[in-house]
Design a protein around this ligand. Structure first.
Ligand code: ZN
Length: 517
């Protein structure tokens, strides 16, 4: 431990001398070619340093300013959670709330033998699901592939030359792959296997079975599927739970959890002002410009003048000014008795600001637009950053978003009480993952960060918090033979947590490292 008065050179001994020398020696192990990209580090002003091991500095800098970085991602706990949900999560349908199921071809065959024994069935491959179109080319193509029947909107029909359906209506179309009587014979078995394979091929891993007599429909899928409504999810991978991957990120906010919205109070800060005097803040005072001409025309339509206070203008007119309009109208002039034609073709102030913010190439214009906008929780994912599907995978009734919103104490408790709620299969898959997560959570508790949640954005962390997270991550990495240098790690820490922090530093030392504070 280096102690001393402020300004006595503690940090400069730790960082500018010991750390710099360690860093220099590390870089020196690289080839001359690689070194030219790293830049030479100067030898610190010392006579001799002996027995220096590889150095890792844990400073008070906030690790990342990226809005995509959270406590969960920098501690890697979220990566383990994603793996946990991809392997052990149970999918539920967002349509019906039912548990989703997926089958292998072999399982489907057995289920058909079990449920439809002695009955006549149709095996279908769905190709169009509630989409508009006349589908003439599709019918032709199906016919060329050698099929003779299709099911259109629930009705089985023979394929005819030039067949088409109403292009303005939505349709469901399935190819009739096979019609057969289910009997447990060897021939039947072979034929069913073939038909399932063909149906899966044309239906892109989804097929339907319809019992001829009762017309009862059942969906089967190689992917996860809702058995009654037929919606399907991809078989989950860790990326489906990542808000930094297009596979998992909410499409509305691109995984940021926040969207910018135009704030009306910022556009009209003072409704007592008139348009002429700059009542619409983004426009400023009246100028001789196209926009103000358009506003005058809108005034003709709704009967206001640019000198009227904005609070006196009708809500319909304000709506058109903000959200735009496109129409022609005519007014008979009272004085001269002639009819004047007007044309409104106005984008609307709100839309203009939003478009500039989203699409402008200029940073200055983006900044200008931002002045009139607020960041609010994304309405689609409610700030969870994830796609709807990802939130319908659950473990012990919780989805990954709910776990991320818990504080570390709550989350640790949830994991402690988890085991009895897991099935044997889940246990077999998840034991190792759960062990890793628990260990990392306990390191965070040890450094006094039990009040954080995994979804906390890392740019909102203080320097002290960021340093302690890095410390917890280092303890988790289980490196040995390293020299750690920390800069006042207890800064901002509650007095009662000091003991725990010291214990975790000692833990780092005890597994075979050196620690300089
Ligand atoms: Zn969203």
């Amino acid at each position: 431990v280096i102690t001393g008065l402020s300004g006595s050179g503690k940090s400069s001994l730790a960082f500018d001398t010991i750390y710099a020398e360690g860093q220099r020696r590390y870089i020196e192990t690289f080839s001359a070619y690689a070194r030219q990209f790293l830049g030479g580090l100067e030898r610190p002003d010392v006579d001799k340093i002996d027995g220096l091991s590889p150095v890792i500095a844990i400073e008070q800098k906030t690790t990342s300013k990226s809005p995509r970085s959270t406590v969960g991602t920098i501690t890697e706990i979220y990566d383990f959670l994603r793996l946990f949900y991809a392997r052990a999560g149970e999918a539920y349908s967002y349509n019906s709330g039912e548990k989703m199921v997926s089958y292998s071809d072999e399982q489907i065959k057995e289920l058909i033998f079990e449920n439809f024994n002695g009955k006549r069935i149709n095996i279908l491959a769905p190709v169009i699901r509630s989409r508009k179109g006349h589908y003439r080319e599709l019918f032709e193509q199906i016919s060329k592939q050698g099929f003779v029947k299709v099911r259109v909107d629930g009705e089985i029909r023979d394929l005819e030359f030039g067949m088409k359906v109403d292009r303005y209506k939505t349709h469901d179309i399935e190819i009739v792959i096979d019609r057969m009587l289910i009997e447990n014979t060897e021939d039947n078995d072979k034929r069913l296997t073939e038909s399932i394979k063909t149906a899966m091929y044309h239906g892109e891993d989804i097929m339907m079975v319809i019992e001829q007599e009762s017309q009862e429909v059942r969906f089967f899928s190689r992917n996860l599927m809702c058995p009654s409504t037929g919606i399907s999810y991809p078989n989950p991978e860790p990326n489906n739970f990542s808000f930094n991957s297009p596979k998992g990120a909410c499409e509305h906010c691109n995984g940021l959890g926040l969207v910018s919205e135009v704030n009306l109070n910022k556009i009209i800060p003072n409704p007592k002002l008139s348009i002429k005097n700059g009542g619409f803040a983004p426009l400023g005072e009246q100028k001789n410009s196209w926009i103000f001409k358009q506003l005058e025309i809108i005034g003709e339509k709704f009967g206001f003048k640019l000198t009227d206070p904005i609070e006196k203008i009708s809500p319909e007119a304000i709506d058109m000014i903000l959200n735009g309009g496109n129409e022609k109208f005519s007014v008979v002039s009272k004085v001269m008795g002639i009819t004047k034609e007007y044309k409104i073709d106005f984008e609307g102030i709100s839309n203009f600001i939003k478009n500039q913010h989203d699409e402008s190439d200029s940073a200055t214009i983006k900044r200008w637009a931002k002045e009139f906008m607020d960041e609010v929780d994304c309405p689609v994912c409610e700030g969870t950053r994830l796609r709807k599907e990802a939130l319908y995978f659950k473990i012990n009734e919780k989805n990954i978003g709910e776990l991320s919103a818990m504080d570390i104490d709550e989350l640790s408790l949830w994991f402690q009480e988890l085991e009895p709620h897991l099935s044997e299969k889940q246990k077999a898959i998840a034991t190792e993952i759960v062990k890793e997560i628990r260990a990392r959570l306990s390191f965070l508790v040890d450094v006094g960060l039990n009040y954080l949640s995994l979804n906390r954005s890392s740019k909102s962390l203080s320097g002290g918090e960021a340093q302690r997270i890095r410390l917890a991550t280092q303890i988790g990495s289980q490196l040995v033979g390293v020299l750690y240098i920390l800069d006042e790690p207890s800064i901002g820490l509650h007095q009662r947590d000091n003991e725990r922090l010291i214990r975790s530093l000692e833990q780092l030392r005890d597994i075979g490292n050196s620690v300089i504070v």
